[in-house]
Design a protein around this ligand. Structure first.
Ligand code: AMP
Ligand code: ZN
Length: 467
């Protein structure tokens, strides 16, 4: 069956086939900048990346997938403004930037494992590839696409036949300084830094023909992608924020060096919003997986929540919807166990039909909301059969919800250490019952229910269970 993916480069859904006609798909994904904890918005991007991997594997492809770890060079703005995020964090925490990078990288991969996200075949750390980056920049200087200023080596966008190609940004109409910094030494306002000369007190810096300096963020991905995947590969992924600057500049760099756009498909995941707005540190709503867990929401429930929207549409996070997904996850696990114990015989045609529908929806640009619709149909099927459970396990190769361990999760949720807010509600309800305030007691029971817990009143007191 054909696979169709939306390609930002062509702004259409296109049939996907590996460009070299082999059975291997080569993918590059922009990975985390490890200066802080990754938040649930970041993880929406990696859940999308994981689903893409799993869908390709389900279709029989092998993968060569690279994800970078940015541990140097990502400035505070995606363009050339501000301090290096790593350096800033190092100064703030009074630590070595390498220590900061290791600390947040380890936590990042722990969180990825909690989300049952497969690790790409190759993890490429920027600071391990300084030579490749330097060679790339030197190649661009040699080809006449780069020039030196007092700040560093800059890419000359006027040398390209077309810039930008991914976004609709109107570069010609842009007045220097309106949105990019005014730098008299730059030939064009949108020229960007490939290589940055390090100020005196900069910690991360390397010897280069231009003195002690460090790479720009965009050159990292171009150099590491080229090293492992070649001049042209199949898919490049990232978040929509990468379209106007980071990916645009990656394409510019590759065209300058090799004359080619590095990837055939450019796939971008839309942003997660929180309470209908932007996530930001100042609003205090950049939640981590640990924040969700404290409220009784498992990482896998967050993954299930991400499947409620197509990756190219905005998704709005609220704790209420996440809790509703926690309940759905429990129902999914219970439904799976029920099917596992079922004895009915299902006709091959019925199984085949489900399989076809499933393949159709995942291959339609990863339409996970429709895919989950099929999964729920099977769970709710009035017939109960081990064959359905086996089918669900097969589908779980794409979903990655760890259904095979359903029993274990259900068991664990019964013996769960209760989150603080639940403990407080239970305490209040206990008090309400002592004071015979039945209305308040009922109200608190409903509230607990909404948060995913059921309470029962027995002669020995209250019992509580996760729904
Ligand atoms: P960073 O570590 O800041 O480079 O971001 C890592 C990944 O998360 C990138 O692919 C971003 O595009 C993506 N990302 C950042 N914020 C969000 C968000 N709110 N929703 C979805 N993806 C995001
Ligand atoms: Zn990148």
């Amino acid at each position: 069956m054909d696979i169709q993916f939306y390609n930002t480069l062509t702004r259409t859904k296109q049939n996907f086939k590996p460009i070299d006609g082999s059975n291997q798909v080569r993918i590059y994904s922009c990975g985390p900048t490890v200066y802080s904890y990754a938040h649930i918005g970041n993880f929406r991007a990696y859940i999308f990346m994981d689903t893409l991997r799993r869908v390709l594997k389900y279709n029989g492809y092998e993968l060569k997938h690279v994800m970078n770890i940015t541990d140097v060079g990502h400035l505070e703005s995606d363009a050339d403004d501000g301090e290096d995020k790593m350096e800033k964090a190092a100064k703030k925490e009074n630590k070595d930037p390498y220590e900061i990078a290791k600390f947040y990288t380890d936590i990042f991969f722990e969180d990825m494992a909690k989300l049952n996200i497969e690790k790409p075949e190759i993890i490429a750390k920027a600071t391990d590839h300084i030579n490749e980056m330097l060679e790339f920049v030197q190649g661009l200087v040699k080809n006449g696409y780069a020039y030196e200023t007092s700040k560093g080596i800059y890419f000359d966008i006027s040398k390209l036949d077309k810039y930008p190609v991914l976004s609709n940004r109107k570069v010609d109409e842009q007045i220097a300084g309106a949105r990019v910094d005014v730098d008299e030494e730059k030939k064009n306002p949108y020229d960007f830094a490939l290589w940055i000369k390090a100020p005196e007190n900069h910690i991360m810096k390397w010897e280069s023909p231009w003195g002690l300096s460090y790479p720009g963020w965009h050159i990292e991905c171009s150099a590491m992608g080229r090293k492992y995947l070649g001049d042209e590969f199949d898919i490049h992924t990232g978040g929509i924020d990468h379209i106007p600057t980071h990916h645009e500049n990656e394409i510019a760099q590759s065209k300058g060096l090799t004359g080619k756009v590095p990837a055939k498909f450019w796939m971008h995941v839309e942003f997660l919003q929180v309470d209908g707005g932007k996530m930001s540190k100042s609003l205090g709503n950049t939640y981590t997986l640990a924040d969700l867990q404290k409220k009784g929401i498992e990482p896998l429930a967050y993954k299930l929540f991400c499947f409620t929207a197509h990756y190219r549409t905005k998704l709005n996070f609220t704790f209420d919807t996440a809790l509703a997904n926690q309940k759905s996850l429990t129902r999914l696990r219970e439904g799976f166990i029920k099917q596992l114990k079922g004895k009915e015989k299902i006709e091959d045609d019925e199984i085949k039909e489900y399989e076809n529908k499933f393949l159709e929806t995942i291959n339609d640009d990863l339409n996970m909301p429709a895919t989950m619709g099929i999964v729920w149909e099977i769970i709710r099927n009035s017939k109960q059969s081990k064959q359905f459970a086996e089918l669900l396990l097969k589908f779980d190769n794409v979903l990655g919800l760890d259904l095979k361990n359903s029993e274990k999760y259900l068991e664990a949720s019964k013996n769960l250490e209760l989150p603080q807010d639940i403990k407080e509600l239970l305490e209040k309800r206990k008090q309400a019952r002592i004071e015979k305030d039945w209305a308040l007691s009922d109200k608190l029971r409903d509230e607990l229910n909404k948060k995913g817990y059921s309470v029962k009143d027995t002669k020995d007191g209250m019992t509580v269970e996760k729904l």
